[in-house]
Design a protein around this ligand. Structure first.
Ligand code: C2E
Ligand code: CA
Ligand code: CA
Length: 525
C-alpha cells in the first residue's frame, strides 16, 4: 500500500487498462449504470455509453479534463478526501460516496459512486439517483445535520432499517410514546411496539400497515389522523409522514409523527363554536318567523290530584317541523345575547293563555331578571292583555339570582306587589338556596328533580332529608312546595308522605303543546 499513489490533477497521464474479454465488453456497453475507469492522476480513461446518456457529455469531453473539474464546487473537498482514502485502501475495499456532477447543460445530478482501485487505475460504478424518491443520508454532513434536527425537534422521529426495525428514535419520540429511553424501542418493529391497532380498537396485520409498507413501496406517505399506542397501553392520536430512506444496508424508512390531541380538541372546540353560531342564526330566524312555541305540563295538587296550574316550557320549531328542546338552544341564546328576546316572546305567548283564565308558571332567565326594564315591560303587558296578575307565577333559578341580586330582588318584590307569584326553581341545587329565602319574598319552592327522582332509590335517605327539610322550612315561611320530576306512583306516595303540596312530572303528563293542554284545565276549574 502506497499512501500517495493517487495524484489527482497532475498533468501527466498514465494508460489505463481496457476490458478485453468480449462478454465484459458487451456488459460494459449495455449497462444502465455508469461504468468506467480512471487513471490514478485523475482523468477518466474509459467510459461506457451510460455516461453520455446521463450527463450529456461525450466520453471525449469527459476524458479531456481532470474529472474533478466536473464536480460541484461544494462537493470538491469531499471528493478529494474520498480519493485520498481510496489511495490508502486495499485493492478489494469499495469506497462509496456521493457528489453532484455537472451535465452538458450545466445542471448538476446526484451521483453515487462505488470505487475500487489497484496500483494502476480506479474502477467505478456510478449511479444517478437525483430523481429517486429516496432521501439519502449516506453523506456524513447530511447525516450530522439530520442527527441534530432529529435530536432537537418536538416531533417524534424514528428511522427503521431495511428489516423494519427501529435503529434510531429521537428523544421527543421516546417521550411521546411514554418510554424511558430509546433502548427500549431500538431493535423493535414499530408495528409491534406501537402501531398494531387502530384507534377504534381493530388490530391489523403488518402487511396492511401503511408505515411498514413505505420501505417496500418506496413511496412517501402522510396520514392526517391515525393512532399510536403508548407503553402504558393508552392511545395517542397522531399525524405522521414517512419517506423511504437509503441506508447503508438498503432501503429503510424515516417517520416523523406528532401528537394531535391538542389539534383535535381545538378542532372540536371550533366545530362547537361554529355550531353555536349556526344556532344563533336559527334562533334569530325562529324569533322573526314566530317559530317559538310553548308546551305545557300540569302541576298537580298532591292531596286531591287536581291540576292547579301549568308550567309553560319553550320549544323551537325548526323549519322542517322538528321540535327542538330548550336544552339545545337556550345555552347558545344565553351566550349570544338572545335570551332576553326569547323570554319576552315566551311572556307574550304565555299571556295569551293567562288572559283566558289559565294559571301559568313562566320561566325567566337570569339575564332577563337582571335587566332593570323588565318589570315595567311585564306590568305593561299584563295591563294591555287584561291579565289577572294572580294567574302568573315567575320561575326563577338561584343561578339566575346570583347574576345581579339587587336588581333581581327589586323585580321580585315589584311583581309580588302586583299580585304575581314567584317560585324558586331547581331548589336545592345551588349553594345559596336558604340564604335567598331570608330576604326574597318567593312563595313557591320547586324541589329539584335530582332529589325527587331518587326518593325510592339509592340515595333515598339523603334525598328524603332534603325534601323533608325543604317542606318544614317552606311551611315555616308560609311557602308552598312543588316536587319536580315525579315519574312513578311510588315516588308520588313518598312525596305525599313527606308533606309536599304539589307535584309535577311524567307520571301526570309530559309537556304537550300549550294550546292542547290548556283548554282541559278550563273544564276542571
Ligand atoms: P325546568 O324549569 O326545571 O323545567 C322542567 C324540565 O323537566 C322540563 O324540561 C320538563 O320537560 C322536564 N320534566 C318534567 N317532568 C319530568 C319528569 O318526570 N322526568 C324528567 N326526567 N323530566 C321532566 P324542558 O322543557 O326540556 O326544559 C328544560 C329547561 O329549560 C327548564 O328546566 C328551564 O330551565 C328551561 N326552560 C324551559 N322553558 C323555558 C322558557 O320559556 N324560558 C326560559 N328562560 N327557560 C326555559
Ligand atoms: Ca321551571
Ligand atoms: Ca326545575
Amino acid at each position: 500500500m502506497t499512501p500517495n499513489r493517487l495524484k489527482l490533477l497532475t498533468p501527466e497521464r498514465s494508460v489505463a487498462p481496457v476490458p478485453t474479454a468480449s462478454l465484459s465488453e458487451r456488459l460494459f456497453e449495455m449497462s444502465l449504470d455508469m461504468l468506467g475507469t480512471a487513471s490514478l492522476d485523475g482523468f477518466f480513461t474509459h467510459l461506457n455509453p451510460a455516461w453520455e446518456r446521463t450527463l450529456g457529455w461525450t466520453d471525449r469531453q469527459l476524458m479531456a479534463e481532470p474529472f474533478i473539474n466536473f464536480v460541484h464546487p461544494d462537493d470538491v473537498a469531499e471528493t478529494l478526501e474520498r480519493s485520498r482514502e481510496l489511495a490508502s485502501a486495499s485493492g478489494t475495499e469499495v469506497i462509496a460516496f456521493v457528489n453532484r456532477y455537472r451535465t452538458s447543460s450545466s445542471e448538476f445530478r446526484w451521483i453515487k459512486w462505488d470505487v475500487v482501485s489497484d496500483d494502476t487505475a480506479l474502477y467505478f460504478v456510478a449511479r444517478d439517483f437525483t430523481d429517486a424518491k429516496v432521501i439519502t443520508m449516506e453523506r456524513d454532513q447530511d447525516a450530522s445535520v439530520m442527527q441534530g434536527v432529529l435530536e432537537s425537534i418536538a416531533d417524534g422521529l424514528y428511522v427503521a432499517d431495511s428489516h423494519g426495525e427501529i435503529t434510531f428514535i429521537n428523544p421527543a419520540g421516546v417521550e411521546l410514546l411514554g418510554y424511558d429511553s430509546s433502548d427500549e424501542l431500538i431493535g423493535h418493529s414499530p408495528h409491534e411496539a406501537f402501531h398494531h391497532t387502530h384507534l377504534n380498537g381493530l388490530a391489523y396485520p403488518i402487511e396492511e400497515c401503511a408505515l411498514a409498507n413505505v420501505r417496500i413501496n418506496r413511496e412517501p406517505i402522510h396520514a392526517d389522523e391515525d393512532g399510536f399506542w403508548r407503553k402504558d397501553g393508552s392511545s395517542m392520536p397522531v399525524s405522521y409522514s414517512s419517506a423511504p430512506v437509503l441506508l447503508h444496508d438498503g432501503i429503510g424508512s424515516v417517520v416523523a409523527f406528532r401528537d394531535i390531541t391538542e389539534r383535535q380538541s381545538r378542532e372540536l372546540h371550533e366545530r362547537r363554536a361554529l355550531e353555536a353560531l349556526s344556532w344563533v342564526g336559527r334562533i334569530r330566524d325562529a324569533l322573526e318567523e314566530n317559530r317559538l312555541t310553548l308546551y305545557a305540563q300540569p302541576i298537580v295538587e298532591v292531596a286531591t290530584g287536581a291540576t292547579v296550574q301549568h308550567e309553560l316550557l319553550v320549544r323551537l320549531i325548526a323549519p322542517d317541523g322538528e321540535v327542538v328542546a330548550p336544552g339545545v338552544f337556550l345555552p347558545v341564546a344565553e351566550e349570544h345575547g338572545l335570551i332576553r328576546d326569547i323570554d319576552r316572546r315566551v311572556f307574550e305567548l304565555a299571556l295569551v293563555h293567562a288572559a283566558q283564565g289559565h294559571p301559568v308558571s313562566i320561566n325567566v332567565s337570569g339575564e332577563s331578571i337582571s335587566e332593570p326594564g323588565l318589570f315595567r315591560y311585564v306590568e305593561d303587558q299584563l295591563m294591555s292583555h287584561g291579565v289577572d296578575p294572580e294567574l302568573v307565577i315567575f320561575e326563577i333559578t338561584e343561578t339566575a339570582l346570583v347574576r345581579n341580586e339587587a336588581v333581581a330582588q327589586v323585580f321580585i318584590e315589584s311583581v309580588r306587589r302586583l299580585g304575581c307569584g314567584v317560585a324558586l326553581d331547581d331548589f336545592g341545587t345551588g349553594y345559596g338556596s336558604f340564604r335567598y329565602l331570608k330576604h326574597l319574598p318567593v312563595n313557591v319552592l320547586k324541589i329539584d328533580q335530582e332529589f325527587v327522582r331518587d326518593l325510592d332509590g339509592e340515595a333515598a335517605m339523603v334525598n328524603r332529608h332534603v325534601v323533608e327539610a325543604t317542606v318544614t322550612l317552606a311551611r315555616g315561611m308560609g311557602q308552598k312546595t312543588v316536587a319536580e320530576g315525579v315519574e312513578t306512583e311510588s315516588i308520588l306516595a313518598i312525596v305525599r308522605e313527606l308533606g309536599v303540596d304539589y307535584a309535577q312530572g311524567y307520571l301526570f303528563a309530559r309537556p304537550v303543546p300549550a294550546e292542547h293542554a290548556l283548554p282541559s284545565i278550563r273544564k276542571t276549574r
